[in-house]
Ligand binder design. Structure first.
Ligand code: ADP
Ligand code: MG
Length: 238
């Protein structure tokens, strides 16, 4: 668990200013959803927190530490992307343990963490299989497992359910909610799906054109949208 603090953050790609002086304070253990249309800067914000791109101005703090210029691996974060990106030749167990082996975590500790992640994600019977032998939902669970074994304080999710069919999406949404309650980790979750945002979030940040238009609880966003854009996007009356 850790707080995440984004202060006066600006990101530019060449002449294109994608994030414009953005501020966001996330509490320890909070589930924050970044919601907005395609191209509004959600992934850019998440990638900045992960340390996958350079910021043009501003700061990022995680757990009370300024990590703006820290390497991704030193930020105490785990990231899950939309595409599964599993190693096709390794078993599920191999996929879960690979990063830990690289980081020279002792074998018994690796086994313990893999077993725990597999239990939480209910993929114990799949440990000896390879990705090609898994369904989309099972693969995405393994992808989440790879972040889980790293024992991180903050989870970042970039549209992790977008490639799944509606039924699986609903199922995994429930699982993610349970995972959050079980782990108590801070989670930043990107989606363009209103239902996903409203059901998962403690607070929703509705983004448009590189700014956060409204930051509030799902109930508040739905009942009292601050602008026409938010009302239209969330699908609420007014
Ligand atoms: P979202 O995740 O909300 O769909 P992104 O954060 O991916 O949006 O992109 C925001 C804007 O930044 C888009 O206009 C996109 O084309 C642009 N963009 C994203 N990454 C890059 C990059 N590496 N170089 C140039 N432009 C980029
Ligand atoms: Mg994106």
């Amino acid at each position: 668990m850790a707080t995440v603090s984004i202060r006066d953050l600006e990101i530019e790609f060449g002449n294109l200013k994608v994030l414009k002086t953005l501020d966001l304070e996330i509490e320890q253990g909070e589930f924050i959803v970044l919601l907005g249309p395609s191209g509004c800067g959600k992934s850019t914000l998440l990638n900045a927190v992960a340390g996958l791109l350079d910021v043009s101005a501003g700061q990022i703090w995680i757990g009370g530490k300024n990590v703006t210029w820290e390497e991704p691996k030193d930020r105490g974060i785990g990231m899950v992307f939309q595409s599964y990106a599993l190693y096709p030749r390794m078993t599920v167990e191999g996929n879960l343990s690979f990063g830990l082996k690289m980081a020279k975590v002792p074998k018994d500790e690796i086994d313990k963490r893999v077993a725990r992640a597999a239990k939480i994600l209910q993929i114990e019977p799949l440990l000896k299989r390879r990705p090609a032998e898994l369904s989309g939902g099972q693969r995405q669970r393994v992808a989440i497992g790879r972040a889980l074994v790293r024992d991180v304080d903050v989870f970042l999710f970039d549209e992790p359910l977008s490639n799944l069919d509606a039924k699986l999406r609903t199922e995994l949404r429930v699982e993610l909610k349970r995972l959050h309650q079980e782990l108590g980790s801070t989670m930043i979750y990107v989606t363009h799906d209103q239902i996903e945002a409203l059901t998962l979030a403690d607070r929703v940040a509705v983004m448009n054109g590189g700014v956060i238009q409204q930051l509030a609880s799902p109930k508040e966003i739905y009942r009292r949208p601050i602008s026409r854009f938010v009302a239209g996007f969330v699908g609420s009356p007014s």
